[in-house]
Design a binder for this molecule. Structure first.
Ligand code: MLT
Ligand code: MN
Ligand code: ZN
Length: 311
């Protein structure tokens, strides 16, 4: 089962358009220890030459330009079979609008995330007679091409733009999900947003061939310390990497062939090659994803040729 990281950054990408936090500044200044990253999405080869996007980011057009495998294969023919959404955040749904122009594909989402699309008329550009919508229940496997997918409730929250005073962080009813993808006898687990690691998450991940997990922040109060915001990682629905109950500790006893951080915020020092934080996660057996990282579950990783734009 092949997987390509289309965008390894969190919402806003890296560097973020309006930010000169210490890590973004390295990128703006061209420091070779950091690489720019687009926003949160992966592609999985769910059938022979057919790909499912997990999340559709605001950077989807540039991600397609950079990724030969998801470029058009014929006159108005796309290898993109489907888009599966793990929440309704802007960084995960905005790219659906890029996929207008009347090519058939199917959008898979929970009822909560489907309701977000239904409530916003701009998603009507995906004409219903061309783009199918499938509402998926948690814990009920479904097929895309030759793959079997299952959504499970990941502790999370509603999208930022739907937050109210009664916000619950850690809700697992379907506003935020993780996806288990099975194909060719391999299992991939993709969880780009997770407020804390509970027993269900651990059970889903145990024994997987590949885990792609929420690497938004290294420290819970990293955004406050960088002076760019008042919210903690957990308040944003993202468990920090370090610290008590951070993801490094939470997954320490779990058996997974490869563990990869994804959805990495621009403030996170793991973005800096050779930084103490980067070395700390690598020492614990984690990889830090970058755009274009391609993994065949069960094999070694490679970063595919980024110069593959329709030449
Ligand atoms: C998040 O993952 O916390 C969101 O992408 C925040 C946002 O919508 O910018
Ligand atoms: Mn996000
Ligand atoms: Zn920044």
């Amino acid at each position: 089962m092949r997987m390509i990281v289309l965008g390894s950054g969190a919402g806003g990408g890296f560097p973020q358009w309006n930010c000169r936090c210490p890590v973004c500044s390295l990128a703006w200044d061209g420091d070779p220890r950091v690489k720019a990253r687009t926003q949160s999405s992966i592609a999985v080869e769910t059938g022979d030459g057919h790909w499912t996007l997990f999340n559709a980011s605001p950077d989807l057009r540039s991600q397609i330009l950079a990724t030969r495998q998801i470029q058009p294969t014929g006159l108005r023919e796309t290898p993109i079979s489907a888009v599966a959404l793990t929440n309704g955040d802007v960084d995960h749904v905005d790219g659906l609008i890029t996929l207008r122009e009347r090519s058939p594909f199917t959008v898979y989402a929970t009822s909560q995330i489907s309701a977000v699309l239904d409530a916003n008329p701009i998603f009507g550009v995906l004409a219903r007679d061309v783009v199918s919508r499938r509402t998926v229940e948690l814990g009920k496997p479904f097929s895309i091409d030759d793959a079997t997918i299952e959504f499970f409730g990941a502790p999370g929250k509603v999208p930022l733009y739907l937050e109210t005073e009664n916000l619950t962080i850690g809700d697992t009813s379907g506003d935020t999900v993780g996806a288990v993808v099975k194909k060719d006898g391999k299992r991939l687990v993709y969880i780009p947003g997770c407020a804390f690691v509970n027993d269900d998450v651990l059970a889903r991940v145990e024994g997987a061939d590949l885990l792609l997990f929420d690497g938004t922040v290294f420290e819970d109060d990293e955004m406050q310390r960088a002076g760019v915001g008042v919210k903690t990682g957990r308040r944003m629905g993202h468990v920090p990497i370090s610290g008590p109950d951070g993801s490094l500790d939470a997954f320490k006893a779990v058996k997974v062939s490869r563990k990869v951080y994804i959805h990495i915020n621009n403030t996170n020092p793991i973005l800096i090659e050779g930084s103490p934080e980067r070395r700390a996660v690598e020492a614990r057996g984690w990889e830090v994803s970058e755009d274009g990282l391609e993994i065949a579950a069960g094999e070694a990783a490679s970063v595919h040729d980024r110069g593959s734009t329709a030449a």
